[in-house]
Design a protein around this ligand. Structure first.
Ligand code: C5P
Length: 301
């Protein structure tokens, strides 16, 4: 028996970051949009826990128990008094260390796949609680669509989306670690008063109306200055996408992937082509959102 789950990447259309909390995390107002770039996690019973990964970035994926997919299987097994004797195979299409929740996607995918394989009967809320224990973005990978994440990003409120938004993503030459970008945010914020993070109502309205111009006017990312400070060349990719007609250009989450909002599929193809020949990035992908959350796409007896 094996179960395969498909899980989307995300882009943050707003990432408002508050001051560092006592636990080291930051309060966020995080407006997530799931986009149609997917990892697939397949779980098969095995003699012990094993993780394999295939795909262009597979060499950068840890295959030990630090992998979120492995941690998800262990967490679910512990809760239901089993041993996590499974082979987890990740077919990886989401950029690694890119700010698109690729690791979180694998955690949510493995959790849902193991849950289906073992027939635990866990409720959605129980699964979401395990996700939150794995990482701040993991609950969103499970639910997909669009959502506002508060707290450290794990407390989700589903958002209405009134249309399809077209995006181009430019992958950078190297990754950025999320903790280092938050540390740089803290360093840049030193001595300044950081207001509590609040979701932008015009941005939420733009999502609900499916209006790309209004969304472009409202996108923001408080981690962008920190990502650019650690990786100044990202400014060249942002400029190349803007010059090619992107309605908005921003760093995705903690970066270094840059995200470009396009008016329609034709504009997205043009922006993608311009970025491919710009020499400012490693590779380019086109994807639209919202995309569904983690979904079982296959089970074999
Ligand atoms: O929750 P997750 O494991 O994805 O977080 C990775 C790191 O990102 C944390 O260890 C922390 O340094 C930073 N982070 C943060 N505030 C958040 C989410 C993440 O400071 N709300």
């Amino acid at each position: 028996m094996s179960v395969t789950v498909r899980v989307p990447a995300k882009v943050n259309v707003q990432l408002a970051v508050g001051a560092a909390r006592a636990d080291g995390f930051h309060d966020l107002a995080n407006v997530f949009l799931a986009v149609g770039l997917y990892d697939e996690v397949t779980v098969t019973p095995a003699d012990g826990l094993r993780v394999t990964c295939a795909g262009p970035d597979a060499g950068q994926v840890p295959l030990d128990r630090t992998n979120l997919a492995a941690r998800a299987a262990i967490a679910l097994a512990e809760r239901y008094g089993r041993t996590p004797d499974v082979h987890l195979h990740i077919a990886k299409d989401i950029p690694v260390a890119g700010g698109m929740a690729g690791g979180s996607a694998d955690g949510a995918g493995a959790l849902l796949a193991c849950d289906a394989l073992w027939g635990t009967g866990a409720t959605r809320d129980e699964l979401l609680e395990i996700c939150a224990g794995l990482g701040s973005d993991v609950p969103f990978s499970l639910v997909g669509g669009a959502a506002l994440g508060t707290g450290r990003g794990e407390k989700l409120t589903a958002l209405e989306v009134g249309g399809t938004f077209h995006w181009v993503f430019a992958m950078a030459e190297r990754g950025l670690s999320t903790p280092s970008v938050f540390r740089e945010f803290d360093r840049l914020a030193e001595g300044r008063d950081i207001p509590g993070p609040v979701a932008s109502q015009p941005l939420l309205d733009a999502l609900a109306e499916g209006d790309p111009d209004a969304l472009a006017a409202g996108v923001s990312n408080d981690l962008q200055a920190a990502a650019l400070s650690l990786f100044p060349e990202l400014a060249d990719a942002l400029a190349a996408g803007r010059a090619a007609g992107a309605l908005a250009a921003l760093v995705s989450g903690s970066g270094p992937t840059t995200a470009f909002l396009a008016r329609d599929t034709a504009a997205a193809a043009e922006i993608a082509q311009a970025l491919r020949t710009s020499g400012t990035c490693r590779s380019v992908r086109v994807a639209s959102g919202p995309a569904p959350g983690a979904t079982v796409v296959g089970d074999r007896p």
